[in-house]
Design a protein around this ligand. Structure first.
Ligand code: SF4
Ligand SMILES: [Zn+2]
Ligand SMILES: [Zn+2]
Length: 339
């Protein structure tokens, strides 16, 4: 079994003659190379059978959770990595009648963000899709780099999450978009579940689901069409559709607890096949309904600083920004992300 190493992950890629005897697709039986090996369905598929399998699965997820009901203008958050590029490419193929607007946040991460922006803009230009590029440095006067070098730097992925959630919602609202799609995959979802369960973060657990409806006129609905797709499937999809993506991981993720948890869960999956799907389904079907029953949706008011919905007088984004102080002696990126 040959392997590819992409973005720090190693996946079984295709069968060689020595491993598999005949190089035949499990579905159409055509001789083909490479064959995408999917342990989850115990099949090896050729390019076109894999694309068909992937798009069918994404479509099923979107329809099952009624993600696009009432959606004409869909914002798609695209960073340029394999997951968001797979999201955009598959949605374009499956739902051609939707009006897609790509939202790209340039987070100002040196040696990374500008490459991502160029790739996303190139894809949108080629496919005639509207692309909103929001550059943190120009629009907000700071970049993620400033957080890395502040005393908040150890929680950089958490901070990045707050910034992205707030800005994506604001941009979607200002552009009259009906919903925002993000590229969260099954591995992300299970890693978050794992973290939230061990920390007893009930309010975060309740939010970990395929669709987050609008609960306030200033909150745009969020959907996760790839929530049942693994990182491996997303990688295979961008490869099989020849979709360009940024292969390098964000430099800030190195050494983060999030990555450590993901690696641990990969090992569990190796020992207990289908573990991730099972945990996700159990959360969704057994625990979430109980949690939702006992968990009241918090009353929202408007943030005193920015006017966006908030549980407290100042929203978490404004609170975060007010803490931003950049020590002049700090260097980048010596301070790594430890969340
Ligand atoms: S790895 Fe962390 S810091 Fe980098 S883009 Fe993702 S969430 Fe943000
Ligand atoms: Zn085939
Ligand atoms: Zn605010």
């Amino acid at each position: 079994m040959s392997k590819i190493s992409k973005g720090g992950n190693r996946f079984k890629y295709f069968c060689s003659l020595a491993d598999c005897g005949m190089l035949r697709c499990s579905k159409c039986k055509a001789e083909a190379e490479p064959l995408y090996r999917l342990d989850i369905i115990k099949k090896s598929l050729c390019h076109s059978c894999f694309i068909e399998y992937y798009e069918k699965k994404v479509k099923k997820t979107v329809l099952k959770y009624r993600m696009l009901s009432g959606v004409k203008n869909l914002g798609v958050a695209v960073s340029g990595g394999k997951d968001s590029m797979a999201l955009l490419k598959s949605l374009l193929n499956i739902f051609p009648s939707i009006n897609f607007v790509v939202i790209h946040l340039n987070l100002g991460i040196p040696g990374y963000s500008d490459t991502c922006q160029t790739l996303v803009q190139r894809f949108c230009q080629k496919n005639s899709i509207e692309c909103i590029v929001y550059d943190l440095r120009n629009a907000e006067g700071y970049s993620l780099k400033d957080f890395v070098t502040s005393k908040l730097g150890r929680r950089i992925c958490g901070i990045c999450g707050v910034v992205k959630r707030y800005l994506l919602n604001k941009i979607a609202l200002e552009n009259d978009l009906d919903a925002i799609a993000t590229g969260h995959n099954l591995d992300d979802t299970v890693e978050l579940l794992f973290n939230h369960y061990i920390n007893g973060a009930l309010d975060d657990l309740v939010r970990n689901k395929p669709v987050l409806p609008s609960t306030h006129p200033k909150i745009v609905k969020k959907i996760k069409p790839l929530i049942e797709m693994t990182e491996q499937e997303n990688l295979y999809y961008v490869l099989s559709t020849h979709t360009e993506y940024v292969d390098n991981k964000c430099p800030l993720v190195k050494g983060s607890r999030m990555m450590k948890r993901k690696k641990l869960l990969m090992k569990v999956e190796e020992e207990i096949p289908n573990f991730k799907h099972l945990l996700f389904k159990t959360h969704l079907k057994r625990f979430l309904p109980i949690l939702e029953k006992h968990f009241e949706v918090p009353a929202l008011r408007e943030c005193e600083r920015c006017g966006m919905p908030s549980k407290n007088s100042i929203c978490s984004y404004c609170k975060l920004i007010s803490k931003l102080r950049i020590p002049s002696s700090a260097t980048f990126p010596s301070n790594r992300c430890h969340e």
